[in-house]
Design a protein around this ligand. Structure first.
Ligand code: MF3
Ligand code: CO
Length: 249
């Protein structure tokens, strides 16, 4: 069941998204060699709380932290820890902000210090794939068009699309219908309509798309040790077209 949002609800979620975007903008300079993933988590959590928000991920199905910090071959749901980032690493920081009942969800990948050309290309392609998905998120198209846009862009470049995790509607709860696959055939799935709010969050790998789950029962990593990146926005379908609620400008 897809819950369509009113303009007022979307406005509230946009305020939440602006706070989340502020966190990512601050992470650009905070993330550097020598910093730990727990320090990144605590830095992000403080900005959320100082802005009047609640880190919605804490306690979600028992998830312990405000953010997911996924390094190199970690695909998603990496636990913040005392792991020290080093030059050439890549890290994805993902979080959900609740501001006055409005939810927003956004993940962003960062290079640590000086990264290789190959890693920079992975980041660029993954970010571009998100925006290609957003571009086709228009009234009248179908949800399946989004996954098709992403898959048909990244695969010819030699990358793979993770199948095990999907974008999702978001509103009163973090995960609502529809599911937004990042691969698949065009013309499938629900019709995109005004009032829908959902995430697009492609996880793109340099090697195989398959993942395995760590002993902590959360962290997904690539099965072959390849690198993985992710960019995620929360978007709203409005009468003026798509509005990116977590845009960073
Ligand atoms: N932010 C994630 C998403 O994109 C949710 C992470 S699961 C949690 O859907 F348990 F960590 F919250
Ligand atoms: Co997320």
């Amino acid at each position: 069941m897809i819950y369509l949002k009113t303009e007022e609800q979307i406005k509230k979620m946009h305020e939440s998204g602006k706070l989340l975007a502020e966190v990512h903008k601050n992470l650009r300079s905070f993330i550097k060699p020598g910093v730990t993933t727990m320090e990144i988590n605590n830095f992000a959590e403080k900005i959320i709380r100082d802005g009047g928000g609640i880190p919605e991920q804490i306690g979600y199905y028992g998830y312990p932290y405000a953010t997911c910090t996924s390094v190199n071959d970690e695909v998603c749901h990496g636990f913040p820890s005392d792991r020290v980032l080093k030059d050439g690493d890549i890290i994805t920081v993902d979080m959900v902000v609740n501001l006055d009942g409005g939810l927003s969800d956004s993940a962003w990948s960062y290079g640590v210090g000086e990264i290789s050309k190959e890693m920079q290309e992975l980041l660029d392609v993954t970010k571009e794939s998100l925006y290609r998905g957003i571009e086709v998120s228009i009234e009248g198209n179908r949800i399946g068009d989004i996954g098709n846009a992403i898959q048909s862009y990244v695969e010819p470049l030699g990358y793979s699309v993770v199948r095990d995790f999907v974008g999702h509607g978001i509103g009163k709860s973090m995960h609502e219908d529809p599911q937004v696959l990042h691969f698949g055939k065009p013309g499938r799935g629900q019709r995109i309509q005004k009032g829908m709010v959902f995430t697009i969050e492609p996880m793109i790998n340099t090697g195989d798309w398959k993942v395995k789950i760590d002993d902590n029962e959360w962290t997904a990593r690539t099965i072959d040790g390849g690198m993985s990146a992710q960019y995620e926005h929360t978007i709203a379908i409005t009468e003026n077209g798509v509005l990116i609620l977590t845009e960073q400008d």
